[in-house]
Design a protein around this ligand. Structure first.
Ligand code: HAM
Length: 434
């Protein structure tokens, strides 16, 4: 066992799995770029205060933050999420509104580690700042839905709620507090503590002691102002127009404090209920202001990459893309020819690997096999003397008659032809060459 291992909750993403991660992000970018979102790359560290604006009743802020004082004496933190960074960036740069951005990258929360819950985890997400239109809520939610469809996931459920206007939310929080406080002794000890910090979060509890009380707690919908009710009705209508199925969940309050009005979550039905939220989001009018910007409406979501890939595994969709090379070069004359031939093949757009350390023909052919290449180029002293090289198709049944010795000058185009033939014969799982 080596002295060092990656620390708990932080994993190495190795090839070929890393190719799947990149592909995930590429599919997401394509979906949201098609709707006019541009990529923002916020820094991974911010002043601690940026994240403290997320609210002090949030575990993410109070318990899970990786924060430290840097060498310049600044108290900074590794981002636990990116909505606060996007709002900080908006307040700093004041771009024209509506500002539609997306992001992809790691976040850090010191959580207890289990399947689907890590300390470094990746998200993709979008945020829109500066528009209050309920059809924007519809657009945002539908892009998340479309993305899951693009991945091939079928067992995703969309939960929808509205937390009302700030005044509705406050009245509701007061009513919830009164209700739970009257039944305090029946609540679990953990929820009794949560109640004094943030009564809404008691609704999140899945502890058996709390479930009965939660089931008959007041519902937010009873507190919606006419404006909030109308906004919510339009969102529901808009989703129905787009044939996006949803379930109203009046207990959906979400883990972060900043939400107002529309909130939503995408649930992966195949995952364990403690970690089955594939992603979620909502409106957070007020966060930009809390970060020193003008009053600005905001809405967005973040989808957890790690968990979504677990759901993909469960459903057998979105497999790891094949990143095998297409060509492997075997050189039994020392390696110099392989060097030049590989460079030429790569320049011509063919993914090419080669053997090193002048191994035997047998061992190089084994390496060619392992590489998954579709075609192997073989060059030995006979070929060097004759000014030729051998092109050998690898996949499927190796037919020695299809192995051909070709002039060195036409080698690159012959390999190209062999790849096309293999693709036509369906004898490739590799991505097509450019
Ligand atoms: P969140 O619900 O905290 O929201 O995280 C969104 C998603 O990130 C979760 O549904 C989950 O898939 C994934 N996630 C969170 N924590 C972990 C973890 N420890 N390990 C693995 N996956 C995790 C937000 O982060 C908000 N910023 C979403 C948002 C954007 N709201 C408005 N705009």
């Amino acid at each position: 066992m080596p002295e060092f291992q990656s620390t708990p909750g932080m994993r190495d993403i190795l090839p070929p799995e890393s190719a799947r991660w990149r592909h995930f992000q590429a599919v997401f970018s394509a979906v949201v770029e098609s709707a006019g979102y541009g990529e923002i790359m916020p820094p991974m560290l911010e002043d601690l205060g940026v994240f403290q604006r997320l609210g002090d009743a949030t575990d993410v802020v109070t318990k899970e933050m990786y924060d430290f004082v840097d060498k310049g004496g600044r108290h900074i933190a590794l981002r636990p999420e990116q909505t606060a960074s996007v709002c900080r960036a908006f307040a700093q740069h004041r771009p024209p509104t509506p500002w539609k951005v997306y992001y992809a990258g790691p976040n850090f929360r010191h959580e207890s580690v289990q399947r689907g819950r890590y300390r470094q985890f990746d998200q993709v997400g979008i945020e829109v700042l500066g528009a209050d239109d309920p059809y924007l809520d519809v657009e945002v939610i539908s892009l998340g839905w479309e993305f899951y469809e693009k991945l091939g996931l079928e067992r995703v459920v969309l939960l929808l709620n509205s937390l009302g206007e700030p005044a509705d939310r406050s009245a509701y929080v007061a009513a919830l507090y009164a209700y739970f406080d009257a039944n305090r002794s029946s609540l679990s000890p953990e929820s009794q503590i949560t109640l004094d910090k943030n009564p809404l979060r008691v609704l999140d509890s899945k502890r058996p002691a709390d479930t009965l009380l939660i089931a008959s707690a007041p519902r937010i919908s009873e507190f919606h102002s006419p404006a909030a009710a109308e906004h919510f009705a339009t969102v529901q209508q808009g989703l129905t127009d787009l044939c996006i199925p949803f379930t109203i969940d009046t207990k959906l309050v979400r883990g972060l404090d900043y939400y107002r009005r529309t909130t939503f979550e995408f649930i992966g039905e195949t995952l364990h209920s403690a970690q089955n939220a594939l992603g979620g989001g909502g409106r957070y009018d007020g966060l930009v202001e809390a970060l020193g910007g003008p009053p600005t409406h905001g809405i967005g979501f973040a989808l957890g990459l790690d968990r979504t890939l677990l759901a993909c595994d469960d459903e057998g969709v979105f497999p790891t893309p094949n990143d095998d090379v297409e060509v492997f070069v075997v050189d039994t004359t020392g390696g110099r020819h392989a060097s030049r031939i590989s460079a030429e093949l790569r320049n011509a757009g063919m993914r090419t690997d080669r053997a090193f350390e002048n191994r035997s023909m047998k061992s190089q052919m084994k390496a060619a096999d392992r590489s998954g290449a579709i075609v192997t180029v073989i060059i030995g002293s006979n070929e060097v003397e004759a000014g030729t090289a051998v092109v050998r198709p690898m996949r499927g049944e190796v037919d020695v008659n299809r192995q051909r010795e070709v002039p060195r000058e036409t080698l690159i185009s012959e390999v190209g032809k062999a790849l096309i033939q293999a693709a036509q014969a369906g004898n490739t799982k590799a991505a097509p060459s450019p």
